[in-house]
Design a protein around this ligand. Structure first.
Ligand code: CP
Length: 299
């Protein structure tokens, strides 16, 4: 049987995604209670990082360790990929040696090429079009504070890049309503947006946030946008999420940011300290949701 991969959220059915998110919450409770749970003894995850990471790397590495397995870090200059060995050859070799591979690289097509050649599960650790692991943590975090995200009103303000595209997919798969406010030249993938009846572009951050249960943003210059910072600062003027903007949302609104954040750009300097922000819990839930994903793929 071919290996299951997690390249975008669409690789899993809605009930599978919901099961992983719920399992992440259960694994968090077990971890906090000090329960030892090690179903992955003797199993190895190779992690290929063509781009930098704090949360994704640490969550997978600590997660594999807690589950009894081992995670192997392969940085940008650590393998023969850096000297031109084809992705497909690398995928076939790693599949002979490890049980799963996580890959973070800029070009989404490269993640797809790698997965197509791999005989073991491949996880997208973030590409230029998709960040599915982050959405598992975000949905787990919303559910933890407010109950099932199904039917919630969600606002995405800022760059229509990988996080925004993943929110559009999540709106369809988890059944929440999404309003997206971006500058005209920075909209999400319109093909992805067209597939989601419950995700819509709106004209302003205020329109997106009005009445929202959850407000989300991301940096204005992501990895891959090097050299565009000045143009982007100008393009995104007026799209900063502030305490005043959250005041037009529902009184119980939550704010999330996948991090790292650029205070003074996509968020005001004080926003992560606002009681409505759950960004630290969201970051911590990367550990538990990724453990649930590893368990789903490997057990
Ligand atoms: N949110 C996120 O993916 O963080 P890292 O880039 O630090 O992994």
């Amino acid at each position: 049987m071919p290996a299951r991969h997690f390249i975008t959220l669409d690789d899993f059915a809605p009930d599978e995604l919901k099961r992983i998110v719920a399992r992440g919450a259960a694994l968090k409770q077990m971890h906090e209670a000090g329960t030892r749970y090690q179903p992955l003894v003797g199993r190895t995850l190779a992690m290929i990082f063509g781009l930098r990471s704090t949360r994704t790397r640490v969550a997978f590495e600590a997660g594999m360790s807690q589950l009894g397995g081992h995670a192997l870090f392969i940085g940008p200059a650590d393998s023969q990929l850096d000297r031109g060995e084809p992705l497909e050859d690398t995928a076939k070799v790693l599949a002979e040696m490890v049980d799963a591979v996580m890959i973070r690289t800029l070009e989404h097509a490269d993640v797809e090429r790698f997965a197509a050649a791999s005989g073991v599960p491949v996880i997208n650790g973030m590409s230029n079009t998709s960040h599915p692991c982050q959405l598992l943590a975000d949905v787990q975090t919303f559910n933890e504070y407010r109950g099932d995200i199904t039917g919630a009103q969600v606002a995405f303000v800022g760059d229509g890049y990988n996080m925004c595209n993943s929110y559009v997919r999540a709106a369809r798969l988890f059944g929440f309503d999404l309003k997206v406010a971006t500058p005209p030249c920075h909209q999400p993938d319109l093909e992805v947006l067209g597939g989601a009846n419950n995700a819509h572009l709106v004209n302003s951050p205020r329109e997106a946030v009005a009445g929202a249960d959850l407000v989300v943003t991301d940096v204005w210059s992501s990895m891959g946008h090097e050299g565009q910072e000045g143009d982007r600062l100008r393009a995104f003027a007026g799209f900063q999420v502030t305490r005043a903007l959250l005041d037009v949302a529902d009184k119980d609104v939550l704010f999330m940011h996948c991090l790292p954040a650029h205070r003074g750009e996509e968020i005001s300097g004080d926003l992560l300290d606002d009681p409505r922000s759950v960004a630290w819990t969201e970051a911590g839930n990367r550990l538990h949701s990724q453990k649930a994903l590893l368990e789903f793929l490997l057990c």
